[in-house]
Ligand binder design. Structure first.
Ligand SMILES: Cc1cc2nc3c(=O)[nH]c(=O)nc-3n(C[C@H](O)[C@H](O)[C@H](O)COP(=O)(O)OP(=O)(O)OC[C@H]3O[C@@H](n4cnc5c(N)ncnc54)[C@H](O)[C@@H]3O)c2cc1C
Length: 438
């Protein structure tokens, strides 16, 4: 039996249900990664590449690492530029594949891509979907998705507390070989991808020594190393609750997000490391509890996106709230995006984002609030800018957080931040503002 494996945001060997569930009779396996013109192409609001340079180069590092890891297990990866629903059925026919395996996604466009593939494959070749992205396995939840509460606290206590987190699946020791006579295409570079998509090439920025990201680069190897370093070597989980609102340096928060976003690190692997931390330190620390809570927020946004479908991305609220009136002004938006608003705290954060692709959670909340509630611009423009810039972009977490701050998420309260007060509280000596003053 030949199986095609469509690689998506599951770019790892560890804790990977799609690999663990390969039928025993799988004689050959062809893992395929598609550089999809939709996720690399322009967004609907700003016309910018949805995957900007920070994330694109992180992705290429991730794939280069994965290619080596697959090769070490007797397999390889085939890279293609194009739409999955066009490429995969043609490959399946060429190889006489019996099934296509894929990690299922929870946001609208990604789910639509799966449906388009199902249609294009036809009834002979099933698309078999696996859950690799969440912490809580959707099959283990005590309620159906239609009953997901429109409140994180209710989700936390009524759903998450009643669901056990599965132990991470082991890394396979070997993979089925590639189909006979099949020479996989090499990993393309950024300019060849751009040329094939007829898009301008993205330029990699020079690493900035002020960056809060650990200098490890993309890939499962780096993601697991960060987890080990953070949780085991330096015991930073114990301090997480005290430092997570800081903004400078690589140690104030985990920085797991870039690896989590493309699936090169599994949320369950992180959960197991938190369990390990608690076991060695003999107690449930505050840091460990807070970190577990943040991982549940990630799951909640995913489940909410799944339940809400296209409504998750629309201007109106999930409870039919109307956002505050906007005064659309491109020049005002650009001053925010370029870090030229005149508000030193906001501008410093926006400069960090542009230079590194990362911004702390505290920064993200404040710049989003400022764009929406002080500059009166459409929250979806801000979400599109973040999608272009962020190294850790995750559709559910990004659009879900923006929607929440716009007051159009699950909450009906005013979600505006007092940015001046926040700057005084979180950057009292203005160290952060000085660091990113230019
Ligand atoms: C406007 C806005 C946009 C955001 N966009 C994204 C995004 O595209 N991708 C993304 O991963 N996170 C996003 N976040 C959430 C959060 O800011 C980042 O996850 C966090 O800053 C990443 O750094 P870290 O890994 O060091 O986080 P830590 O503080 O170490 O948290 C550990 C993990 O918990 C999860 N997490 C923490 N806070 C949140 C949250 N508020 N919502 C969802 N998950 C959370 C993340 O997976 C994170 O890696 C956004 C937040 C805001 C306010």
């Amino acid at each position: 039996m030949t199986v095609l494996y469509w690689l998506r945001n599951d770019l790892r060997l560890h804790d990977n249900e799609a690999l663990a569930a390969l039928p025993a009779g799988t004689a050959t396996l062809l893992p395929v990664y598609c550089f999809d013109p939709v996720s690399l192409g322009p967004d609907a609001y700003l016309g910018l590449p949805r995957t900007g340079p920070h994330r694109l180069f992180f992705l290429l590092e991730t794939l280069a690492d994965l290619q080596q890891r697959y090769a070490a297990l007797g397999s390889g990866i085939h890279f293609v530029v194009g739409r999955p629903e066009e490429i995969l059925p043609a490959l399946a026919r060429q190889l006489g594949a019996q099934a296509v395996h894929a990690s299922t996604e929870h946001t609208t466009e990604e789910a639509e891509a799966e449906e388009a593939l199902v249609v294009a494959l036809g009834p002979q070749v099933p698309l078999v979907r696996f859950e690799t992205l969440t912490l809580l396995h959707p099959h283990d939840l005590p309620i159906g998705l239609d009953r997901l509460p429109l409140s994180f606290s209710k989700f936390r206590f009524d759903v998450a507390a009643k669901t056990s987190v599965r132990a991470p699946l082991p890394t396979p020791r070997q993979l089925p070989p590639l189909p006979a006579g099949f020479a996989p295409a090499a990993l393309p570079n950024a300019s060849s991808i751009a040329a094939q998509l007829e898009q301008p090439a993205q330029i990699r920025s020079v690493p900035d020594r002020r960056s809060a990201l650990p200098a490890l680069g993309g890939g499962e190897t780096a993601g697991l190393a960060r987890l080990h370093d953070y949780a085991v070597e330096r015991h930073l989980i114990g301090r997480y609750d005290d430092t997570r609102n800081e903004m400078l340096g690589e140690a104030f928060s985990t920085k797991f997000s870039p690896w989590l976003a493309n699936g090169s690190l599994s949320a369950r692997q992180i959960w197991a490391a938190i369990d390990g931390y608690d076991a060695t330190h003999g107690a449930r620390s505050k840091g460990a509890m807070q970190l577990r809570l943040e991982l549940l927020w990630r799951d909640y946004f995913r489940l909410l996106a799944h339940k809400s479908g296209p409504d998750f991305f629309r201007w109106r609220g999930l409870r039919e709230q109307l956002p505050k009136p906007t005064r659309p002004d491109q020049a005002v938006f650009e001053s925010w995006a370029d870090g030229r608003t005149g508000n030193a705290f906001v501008d410093a954060n926006m400069r960090e984002l542009a230079a590194t692709g990362f911004m702390s959670n505290r920064g993200r909340q404040n710049v989003a609030s400022y764009l929406i509630h002080d500059l009166h611009q459409d929250w979806r423009w801000g979400a599109a800018w973040f999608e272009h810039q962020l190294i850790d972009h995750d559709a559910a977490s990004n659009w879900g957080n923006w929607k929440y701050i716009a007051g159009t998420g699950t909450d009906v309260r005013d979600t505006a931040f007092d940015v001046a007060q926040q700057a005084r509280r979180y950057d009292p000596q203005q160290r952060y503002v000085r660091t990113w003053s230019k």
